[in-house]
Design a protein around this ligand. Structure first.
Ligand SMILES: NCc1[nH]cc(CCC(=O)O)c1CC(=O)O
Ligand SMILES: [Zn+2]
Ligand SMILES: [Zn+2]
Length: 335
């Protein structure tokens, strides 16, 4: 028996051209990809990271040669993470905004050599604190929120003053979006710098390779009390709304694949904001591991996952696959 006429769906769109019309205008584009870069305090470093294939810890002196071909292929934005390995850490993350530190030096260099490149900076204290937590602590080891957000705002403003186009707090302290926005306004940078908030950042098993890469695993306890529990749909929704109200310009959901439902809800809660998602280190490592084990082809899975994010509503994807996408998007794969 043949199906009723209106049941005919994809068979009516078999041609690759008609398949390409099914994306509702949301093709992957090069400018959707923001590339995370680890900048360390050894200026000549180019150290491969075992757990993240193809990724390195870069010294400032190596950045121009590494990025020039990517910029030529259409790389439009990067996000910088500081990785201090030689310099001393302390309780308040003093070196986060060291004017001679790797992040501020990288901002200045990149602004100068790549005038078209959009430069975001991750804002957090965990890479710079001796205890490895994302904020400043009380004596009992719990987060002391007020000084934490004051310090984060100070760091963000100093990155902005150095030339960052975008500051992106990933710490998850309450009220830090408002504190940073106020700091930017007070510094006369309110209308110049984008605030991208890691709004729905979940306490995930997928951050492992990153913590190795930046050497920021907490020395005691964990980040569960300030990152969202995986089941926390309600808290994620409230955090998104709060960050919009505190003045976030871009909302982010992180990680991506286990949280595509949250991404889709973020699209509805902040319909008029750009929406970012972070395909984190563990997702990247997982896709590589599966490809290596012969489960699927790397490119195919990287594209399929990126497409799922865009379909869920993302307009911006932070991904370690960005350099690959600059090539792949020039040679379209079969749909
Ligand atoms: N402020 C910490 C931070 N900023 C970005 C990531 C994860 C990025 C990745 O895994 O790729 C983390 C890790 C964490 O919260 O432990
Ligand atoms: Zn942190
Ligand atoms: Zn904790």
């Amino acid at each position: 028996m043949s199906p009723p006429l209106t049941s005919i769906l994809h068979s009516g769109y078999q041609h690759p051209v008609t398949r390409s019309w099914q994306n509702q205008g949301r093709n992957l584009t090069k400018s959707m990809f923001m590339y995370p870069l680890f900048i360390t305090d050894d200026a000549d470093a180019a150290v491969e990271l075992q757990s993240m294939p193809g990724q390195r810890r870069w010294g400032v002196n190596k950045l121009e040669a590494f990025l020039a071909p990517l910029v030529a292929k259409g790389l439009s934005s990067v996000i910088l993470f500081g990785v201090p390995l030689k310099t001393p850490k302390d309780a308040r993350g003093t070196l986060a905004d060291d004017p001679t530190g790797p992040v501020i030096e990288a901002i200045k260099l990149l602004r100068r050599v790549f005038p078209s490149l959009y430069i975001a900076t991750d804002v957090c204290l965990c890479e710079y604190t001796d205890h490895g937590h994302c904020g400043i602590l009380h004596d009992d080891g719990t987060i002391n929120n007020s000084p934490s957000i004051a310090r984060l705002a100070e760091v963000a403003v100093n990155y902005a003053k150095a030339g960052a186009h975008c500051v992106a707090p990933s710490d998850m302290m309450d009220g830090r979006v408002g504190a940073i926005k106020q700091g930017l306004v007070d510094a006369g940078l309110g209308g110049k710098v984008t605030l991208m908030a890691y709004s729905a950042k979940f306490s995930s098993g997928l951050y492992g390779p990153f913590r190795d890469a930046v050497d920021s695993a907490p020395s005691f306890g964990d980040r569960r009390c300030y990152q969202l529990p995986p089941s926390a749909r309600g808290l994620a929704r409230r955090a998104i709304v709060r960050d919009v109200n505190e003045g976030a310009d871009i909302i982010m959901v992180k990680p991506t694949l286990p949280y595509l439902d949250i991404l889709s809800e973020a699209r509805d809660l902040a319909p008029d904001h750009p929406l970012a998602c972070y395909q984190v280190s563990g997702e990247f490592a997982m896709i590589h591991a599966g490809a290596r084990a012969g489960v699927y082809e790397l490119r195919r899975m990287a594209e399929e996952t990126a497409q799922s994010m865009v379909r869920a509503g993302a307009t911006l994807i932070l991904s370690y696959f960005t350099p690959e996408f600059l090539d792949w998007l020039d040679e379209p794969a079969p749909l």
